[in-house]
Design a protein around this ligand. Structure first.
Ligand code: 2PG
Ligand code: MG
Length: 423
């Protein structure tokens, strides 16, 4: 079924960190419309699609997005009105061609991804379907994903001394999404209590997790395991397990070593350290355990631990189907983090997931550290059946919007299974 577009408009809004981003609206000729809020990362991979910022120091220290807004309102809107479209994929391809660069640097990936997401929403509205029913699957049947709650923040997401960026809890053993969300919130509350009792600050990082002055990753892991138990849950894959995103590119040094809590570690030291952590704590997934440039280290990390846990590529993969395909050939990781704005269109995001799916690689859909209340990724996670969604703490509006959307979907569709797909 073809469709026409009557208008695309954007405006500059603030994200959850108080930085400018875009809100995009797309209107179809049948009167349906869709709106999307564009996310924005802080620990970015070097090969991500380009987020266009104005660079005008007089506004938001150069972070304004009026150029990208203007691209939507003029050149992109004109292009979209100019012809009839076959599908979202047709439109996404055409936007890529209109941009003309490899990494969406001319029009801005923030402009393009907003248009792509808003069009998907408009098409779902036009079909009178919820977004998760309208979005295509990638060969897996729809399911409610395991939420990965980022309860403790460090790295570039928090001002504390912790080098590891994200420590997440995943209720893998929960019987339903509602019970998983409940477990996340109860453990989050227990963690606050325990940190306060131990005399630590309970201020929050960018993704809503606590940011105490703890610098040793193992010390933090021990506190989280204790909080899981305090809240009455069982630490482990049958109950609540732990997922890490150290975001190691941020503490990798120019000479290829890593700086963790003042210590200098080689790639092999890091791998040994992760192996010991997996022995001691209920860790089921590690994302960006090594830096994006550490190709050989990633191969050794995968060979050593890939049978025991999920090894997720983020900064090194950038949701890019071609990069992921090459990494699969190189035996790097066994799963990919999936972020719409890293690649810049819904269609390419689905392609990246399909590449993973064909190779037996897992897919974890992800928010960015800068977010809006847009809950698109919750629907995307359900539609694609990937079984995993990380979208911050079970607190703060822009994070809980996604978890709450999963709850809504579960009520509308009680037939949908919960949990990671068996691979
Ligand atoms: C990550 C993301 C999301 P950012 O590294 O996985 O948690 O962080 O959006 O800052 O890149
Ligand atoms: Mg990451």
């Amino acid at each position: 079924m073809t469709f026409g577009i009557t208008n695309a408009t954007a405006l500059e809004i603030l994200d959850s960190r108080g930085r400018p981003t875009l809100s995009v609206t797309v209107e179809l000729s049948d009167g349906s419309s869709g709106v999307a809020g564009v996310p924005s990362g802080a620990s970015t991979g070097s090969r991500e699609a380009v987020e266009l910022r104005d660079g005008d120091p007089a506004r938001f220290s150069g972070g304004g997005v009026l150029t990208a807004v203007n691209h939507v309102n003029t050149e992109i809107a004109e292009h979209l009105r100019g012809r009839t479209w076959e599908s979202l994929a047709d439109l996404d391809r055409s936007l890529q061609a209109l941009d003309g660069t490899q990494n969406k640097a001319r029009l801005g990936a923030n402009a393009i991804v907003g248009v792509s997401m808003a069009t998907a929403r408009a098409l779902a509205a036009s079909a009178a379907q919820p977004l998760f029913e309208w979005l295509p699957s990638v060969g897996q049947s729809p399911r409610l994903p395991v939420p990965c709650f980022n309860v403790l923040n460090g790295g570039v997401h928090a001002p504390n001394a912790l080098d590891f960026q994200e420590l997440m809890i995943s209720p893998l053993g929960a019987p339903s999404i509602a019970e998983a969300v409940r477990a996340g919130a109860e453990i989050y509350a227990a963690l606050r209590k325990r940190l306060a009792a131990d005399g630590h600050a309970t201020g929050l990082g960018d993704e809503g997790g606590f940011a105490p002055d703890l610098a040793e990753p193992e010390e933090v892991l021990a506190v989280i395991v204790a909080a899981i138990t305090d809240a009455g849950y069982t630490p482990g894959r049958d109950g609540v397990a732990i997922a890490l995103d150290p975001a190691a590119s941020e503490f990798a040094t120019a000479d290829g070593t890593y700086r963790v809590n003042g210590q200098t570690l080689t790639s092999d030291d890091m791998i040994d350290r992760y192996a010991a952590m997996i022995d001691a704590y209920p860790i089921w997934s590690i994302e960006d355990g090594l830096g994006e440039a550490d190709h050989d280290g990633w191969q050794r990390l995968t060979a050593r631990l890939g049978e025991r846990i999920q090894i997720v590529g983020d900064d090194n993969f950038c949701t890019n189907p071609a990069i992921i395909a090459a990494a699969i050939d190189d035996h790097i990781a066994n799963a990919a983090l999936i972020k719409l704005n890293q690649i810049g269109t819904v269609t390419e995001t689905l392609e990246a997931m399909a590449v993973c799916q064909r190779a037996g690689y897992g897919q974890m859909i992800s928010h960015r550290s800068g977010e809006t209340p847009d809950s698109f990724i919750a629907d995307l996670a359900v539609a694609t059946g990937c079984g995993q969604l990380k979208t911050g703490a079970p607190a703060r509006g822009e994070r809980v919007a996604k978890y709450n959307r999963l709850l809504e979907i579960s009520v509308a569709r009680p037939d949908l299974p919960y949990g990671p797909p068996s691979r």
